[in-house]
Write a protein that binds this ligand. Structure first.
Ligand code: NDP
Length: 281
């Protein structure tokens, strides 16, 4: 079997085109959606991610303001900026790019972002609302994965899903998203015993580990849906996911490529969240 590719690049283009029409209409009503992005210190990977987000916003017609703070910015200074943006009526969404320098408690910063402007869905209010099934801002990566499954008519209800990775930004919200759509979900992490065996029983495998080619073909059940969240840079500069694509695509029914899978969907969902925030203002 050779898997069908879940094309996040194409799908995200389509989503952004629809969002552009929506933003055009909002502008006719005098609403100008705006995203404020804060980056603390120099980080080349973060700079690339912020550039991608800025380009996506511009394409859709969303105003984008970048706050590049020096490495030595104190936690209180960062909090002060967030509080200023919280009460700035021209700003609809606030995103704090991670990582931040070690002397800053990123959770305190996330908690300071108003839940109404928390377009990354990292604030505990949004995390809690996701858990109890209320409308909220959902963390963009799991949200993008769910949208992709939906667009390809992959029904998760009753399916066995295994998420590898339990981070607050991917693994845990991914679990909640799948559960809310009636999948039977198992989450694996670095202490999981017999991980290969657990994964090999899954109808849907979501890899969010941060280790190149961690998931090999022998772990994939015939016909499984394989979603690779991982973005790893190899020594030769090439990007690769957490899944061994060559091997897994021989077993899977559907698979996401890296790049061009979950990454562009994450950015599209961020844009969608900013539009949602602007509409709810
Ligand atoms: P984290 O480092 O925060 O979490 C990694 C998770 O993987 C942890 O839960 C860890 O377990 C688990 N893990 C690590 N090693 C193993 C192992 N040997 N066996 C089982 N589990 C293991 O990563 P993130 O969630 O932030 O990101 C994961 C990947 O996704 C990265 O490659 C990142 O770049 C990418 N990413 C991609 C995005 C996109 O838009 N496509 C967005 C966000 C992230 P434990 O908790 O026990 O330590």
């Amino acid at each position: 079997m050779s898997a069908e590719i879940l094309d996040g690049k194409e799908l995200s283009k389509k989503i952004k085109e629809n969002l552009k029409n929506e933003v055009d209409k909002l502008k006719e009503q005098g609403i100008n959606p705006k995203l404020a992005v804060i980056m603390v210190g120099d980080n080349s990977a973060s700079a690339v991610y912020v550039k991608n987000k800025s380009n996506a916003c511009k394409k859709v017609g969303i105003d984008f303001e970048e706050f590049l703070l020096p490495e030595e910015t104190t936690e209180d200074e960062l909090i002060e900026l967030i509080e200023k943006l919280n009460v700035d009526n021209t700003v609809d969404g606030i995103l704090l790019q991670s990582p931040v320098p070690n002397h800053i408690n990123i959770n305190r910063a996330f908690e300071t972002i108003s839940p109404k402007k928390d377009v990354d869905g990292f604030n505990a209010v949004n995390v809690g609302n996701l858990t109890i099934g209320r409308d909220c801002f959902v963390s963009c990566t799991p949200y993008g994965v769910m949208r992709m499954l939906e667009e390809y008519n992959i029904d998760v209800a009753g399916k066995t899903a295994v998420v590898i990775g339990r981070s607050n930004i991917v693994g845990k919200p991914m679990l909640q998203c799948l559960l809310s759509k009636d999948a039977t979900v198992t989450i694996c992490h670095s202490k999981t015993k017999n991980l290969e065996e657990v994964v090999s029983k899954a109808d849907i495998v979501i890899a969010a580990i941060g280790k190149p080619n961690f998931v090999t073909g022998n772990m994939i059940k015939d016909g499984a849906v394989v979603i690779d969240v991982g973005i790893n840079r190899l020594e030769d500069g090439k990007l690769c996911g957490d899944v061994n694509f060559e091997e897994a695509s021989q077993k899977a029914s559907y698979i996401t490529p890296v790049p061009g899978g979950v990454g562009p969907m994450t950015v599209a969902m961020l844009v969608e969240n900013v539009v949602k925030a602007a509409k709810q203002k």
